[in-house]
Design a protein around this ligand. Sequence first.
Ligand SMILES: [Fe+2]
Length: 211
Amino acid sequence: MTDLTLSPNLSRLFVTEIYRADLTKIAGFDGKIDEMEDTCRGMADDDETGQDWSQKHGYLGYTSYASIEDITKYATVFEDLKRQLDIHVNTYATQIELDLNNRKLKLVSMWVNILDQYGTHSGHLHPHCAVSGTFYVSVPPGASAIKFEDPRMAMMMAAPLRRGNGRPDRQNFVSFQPMRGTLLLWESWLRHEVPINLSEEPRISISFNYA
Ligand SMILES: [Fe+2]
């Protein structure tokens, strides 16, 4: 286990903070996750525009990203999820001390991802928003983690690498392994990727942006 205590002669600046919560702990929400899984699978079967978009863009599986404008209108279980997200996103915004002028962050987009075996999602960020995140509906054995990239990477042209066995908060890439029910939030400028998915069953998640 890495010792996360800092030496007294070091100051920590310019932090990147990722929020993690387990929504299976919320009373009554476990059954909602099962309902969400059925709904996501049904959506993938029905949404031909989304199927076509996924195929055309090399997405192995299905995403509603470009086809369903507002999934909270598609099924009430996504409204239930949005209610939880509203709470957690604004808790995170408070914790990381975003100055929002007493305004609350609002959901601007939310979409379903069903990633089949060998599917990936290469490095990207989410422009025009403040907080982004993913809620994990199904994470079968072998399913990909999510990998975050040090936002200072572009300025590290000649910098030495960090020792691979060092503190996780000094690494240039850090992976978070989610479980069913995990909610992860990060600031939208943070680049992330989903490495190759090795699970035989699809990895199902719901991603979203707040601004
Ligand atoms: Fe993303």
